[in-house]
Design a protein around this ligand. Structure first.
Ligand SMILES: [Ca+2]
Ligand SMILES: [Ca+2]
Length: 436
């Protein structure tokens, strides 16, 4: 019996270690994805059915194609679809094996006719008992059934928003349904660019930074700065990174890394930083961050100091908008800015996305700095790891949670697995006893 438990334990440990290795080393970056949803872009009516029949041309059915899509045409869901007989649009989707332990990603864009008027649409993958239901309404997107997380809601311009969801589900064939609910105050809502797949959702990223993910394995594109610029002789670190194989590192010898940028305008510039402070959070908490003493800053400035934008991590100043872990501080006041999203992952990494708008023209000679602020006040072994740095005019993607993050938030799944193993072990023992 002891042997049997030992074998089960070893098998479990090997499985966990294998998955951990896979997700920390192999599961990298954005790969060109296969969209499981057919015609998620709604360029025509193919692949979609209304009830059980092919989607007809009759406009009164409440679902029509509209030329005002985010990409080409889109689905226009009209109020009449809500009542009296609540038709829904659907197609069958086939989900690949292994998706209980590897998250599936689902993303879509939507635009209500009137942002403040009420509406409610259920997007359903699978059934009530086994699947994922997302309620899209004037309150935003929320998961009402199933195991998953809405990890990104991004304003993508023109009244459109992109919703990104990661979820866990078993392999198999499922119905995918778009189901308008209850009473609507508005006439219609647009839906476009549905994506469902195993890879990260597609992103419109056009990164102006060179080697922002450090995947060249060098500091190509970056320079160091310490009373003057210098070439970095060290290499990015590989022992801890957010994506790919490498992350950049700032330490008490290299306080600042930077690169020069050509920006056409400072209006509508997005930043993304993924970062981690080592050795631990005690360092973060011990330094009493403030506007003048933050641990970490991103800075975008032109050659004559006319346009300077600072993003400070963890800054408890008043009168600046607060994210959960981040705040912005402005050196000059020509800007409006917002924090688009902040995240903390179970592996200790954090992500912050911010957007800056400038009301004035700046000079076109910019540099982007990543700074270890007041490094002399930190313990000498303190490091700040950075990865997937982004500056650009399109909204950057937000990293989905890993399966570890999802399991962490849905602790009952591993608990159930352990319980099953225990029941099997105990029943086997009882059977053996009975035989004896
Ligand atoms: Ca489209
Ligand atoms: Ca990387």
């Amino acid at each position: 019996m002891k042997k049997r438990l030992l074998v089960i334990g070893v098998v479990l440990i090997v499985l966990v270690a294998t998955f951990y290795y896979y997700y920390t080393t192999v599961h990298v970056g954005t790969v060109k994805q296969n969209n499981i949803i057919k015609n998620g872009s709604f360029e025509d009516k193919s692949a979609w059915c209304l009830y059980d029949i092919a989607w007809s041309e009759a406009p009164e059915n409440g679902f029509v194609l509209d030329p005002n899509g985010y990409s080409g045409k889109c689905l226009k869901i009209i109020n009449s679809a809500v009542s009296p007989d609540r038709p829904y649009l659907y197609q069958d989707v086939s989900l690949p094996s292994g998706t209980v332990t590897k998250p599936l990603y689902f993303s879509f864009k939507y635009k209500p006719q009137n942002p403040s008027a009420s509406f409610a649409i259920d997007i359903e993958i699978g059934w009530i008992t086994y699947g994922l239901w997302i309620l899209l309404s004037s309150r935003g997107a929320e998961i009402t059934r199933g195991t998953g997380e809405v990890f990104g809601v991004t304003d993508v311009g023109g009244g459109w928003k992109q919703v990104e969801v990661a979820f866990l589900i078993g392999a198999g064939n499922y119905p995918f349904r778009i189901n308008p609910l209850s009473v609507w105050e508005q006439e219609y809502v647009y839906l476009d660019d549905l994506y469902l797949g195993t890879e990260d959702p597609p992103s419109a990223e056009n990164n102006l930074l060179t080697n922002g993910d450090f995947e060249t394995g060098t500091y190509e594109g970056w320079k160091g700065y310490y009373f003057g610029e210098f070439t970095l002789n060290s290499t990015p670190v590989s022992y801890d990174k957010f994506s790919g194989k490498y992350a950049g590192e700032l330490n008490t010898n290299v306080w600042i890394i930077f690169q020069k940028l050509n920006l056409s305008t400072m209006n509508s510039v997005y930043f993304r930083a993924r970062f981690k402070i080592l050795p631990s959070e005690t360092v973060e908490n011990s330094i009493n961050p403030s506007c003048t003493n933050p641990p970490f800053a991103l800075e975008l400035r032109d050659s004559v100091d006319r346009c300077v934008f600072w993003f400070f991590y963890n800054n408890p100043m008043e009168n600046v908008p607060a994210g959960e872990f981040s705040l912005l501080c402005l050196y000059k006041t020509y800007y409006t800015f917002e924090i688009v999203s902040t995240k903390k992952y179970t592996n200790g990494w954090r992500e912050c996305i911010a957007k800056i708008n400038s009301s004035i023209d700046c000079y076109d000679n910019y540099a982007f700095y990543v700074e270890f602020w007041n490094a002399e006040y930190f313990p000498s072994d303190t490091k700040i790891l950075v990865d997937d740095l982004y500056v650009g005019y399109e909204p950057p993607s937000s990293a989905p949670p890993s399966w570890l993050d999802l399991l962490y938030e849905n602790w009952w799944i591993p608990s159930l697995a352990v319980l099953c193993v225990l029941i099997i072990a105990v029943s086997a023992k009882l059977r053996k006893k009975r035989k004896v």
